[in-house]
Ligand binder design. Structure first.
Ligand code: PLP
Length: 418
């Protein structure tokens, strides 16, 4: 069947708003806006001032509405102006969010169990499906147990607040994800930040600490797509008897860290929302650590259990990831990386341009060519390292990858000359 040239009517927004006037949130019709006290109210003034500062910094952002096309190839429409673009921003690395088996499992679970789980896991929200998912995740990561959270973000908050108790030194890589930074803020532990990937510096910041140490690191760093020095981190934690928390959210292509973690107390945090195309997070670890999370992690205890659809989608996606089809999808993703950034270890490809304006202009230029690559700016990345962040998927088509590679090659002189 020929591809429609417009998004299905059900996916089209009612109102088309020019990008320049787009609100930062989706707004209700004006008639239902309620009676805000408006100007003169201290909260209105404070919010207006903060917004003014962000705008003055040129950092005001708003979500773009993007409606994926039926073909599972990363293409779709920007709803604001109907432009057809290819999405090189999603973390659906294997294209499983649209895989027929995954979609069918989510639909079936919804029909059988409903749209919501109704309560937290410790109240009445725990379904056999959640337990099946946790067993499958533990099998995937070769751990004794796994605990599912509503998101990967919540998993990091739960793990770090639970194990980063008073008296612990929590050592965090300086380029760790925001959810790790916030988890460290929530923890009662003393926090020490070590230089990116620098185990000697980790050793220095932890030296002299008399108590227990927790080390936390992204495995694949989300803005640079580089890898943590896992073997050295694991060796350090083994010698120091420290707890190692690895965030494997983007580790769709590995590395397989299991063998490196022998004799190390470790927690492998992950997400259901990237490689597995669903929504949720998890911590895979030993049974005693998992059981303590169930009893102490507030983002597990005081929140509603993941939906049946999310859990079923993740179970189905895991079946695929661990099958021969999963091997084929990873091989395809690897070949896409080779095509766009030969030798790069992960599907996150940064094109660092330095100045924020340069990154924004490059992103707009690519968008005009139908290539959607977001500009990432401070504070998400350090000042002076604004960049394009390309993410590749096994679902992308060869022709679109060629267009992307050509467009990036045209930008690379700017990258080299910054
Ligand atoms: C390294 C890392 N950890 C955790 C998360 C949070 O995962 P989730 O999107 O499932 O909340 C992300 C998401 O962007 C991430 O990049």
């Amino acid at each position: 069947m020929a591809e429609p040239t417009r998004p299905p009517a059900a996916l089209r927004g009612e109102v088309s708003t020019p990008a320049s006037t787009r609100p930062a949130t989706s707004e209700a019709p004006a008639s239902s806006a309620g009676a805000s006290p408006g100007a003169g109210h201290p909260w209105t003034a404070a919010v207006d001032e903060r917004s003014r500062i962000i705008r003055a910094q040129g950092r005001w952002r708003a979500p773009r509405r993007f409606d994926p096309a039926p073909a599972n190839d990363g293409s779709g429409w920007l709803a604001d102006d109907g432009r057809r673009v290819v999405d090189f921003a999603s973390n659906d690395y294997l294209g499983l969010a649209r895989h027929p088996q995954v979609v069918a499992s989510a639909c079936e679970a919804t029909e059988q169990l409903g749209t919501g789980s109704g309560a937290s896991r410790l109240v009445s929200g725990s379904r056999s499906l959640h337990h099946r998912l946790e067993a499958a995740l533990a099998g995937w990561k070769h751990t004794e147990a796994a605990v599912v959270f509503p998101t990967g973000f919540a998993a990091n908050l739960g793990v770090l607040a639970t194990f980063g108790e008073r008296g612990v030194l929590l050592c965090s890589d300086e380029l760790n994800h925001a959810s790790i930074i916030d988890g460290a803020r929530l923890a009662r532990a003393e926090v020490a930040v070590y230089r990116h990937g620098d185990v000697d510096h980790l050793d220095r910041v932890a030296s002299g600490w008399p108590g227990r140490v927790l080390v936390v690191s992204d495995l694949v760093f989300s803005m640079d797509g580089d890898l943590a020095p896992v073997a050295e981190l694991a060796g350090w934690c083994r010698r120091r008897q420290a707890l190692l928390v690895l965030d494997e959210a983007h580790a769709v292509l590995g590395p397989d860290v299991g063998p490196l973690l022998q004799e190390v107390e470790a927690i492998r945090v992950g997400t259901l929302s990237k490689t597995l195309g669903a929504l949720g997070g998890f911590a895979a670890t030993s049974r005693r650590f998992a059981e303590l999370l169930v009893n102490q992690a507030r983002p597990y205890i005081f929140t509603t259990a993941p939906t049946p659809a999310s859990a079923a989608a993740a179970v189905a996606a895991l079946d695929i990831v661990t099958s021969a089809e999963g091997d084929q999808l990873r091989a395809r993703l690897s070949s896409h990386i080779e095509q766009v950034a030969p030798g790069h270890p992960t599907p996150i490809v940064p094109v660092v341009l330095g100045a924020e304006a340069a990154a924004v202009a490059a992103s707009e230029q690519l968008l005009a060519e139908g290539i959607w690559v977001p500009a990432i700016r401070p504070p998400t990345v350090p000042a002076g390292t604004a960049r394009l962040r390309v993410t590749l998927s096994a679902a992308h088509r060869a022709a679109d990858l060629q267009r992307l590679a050509a467009a990036l090659a045209a930008l690379r002189p700017a990258e080299a000359g910054r």
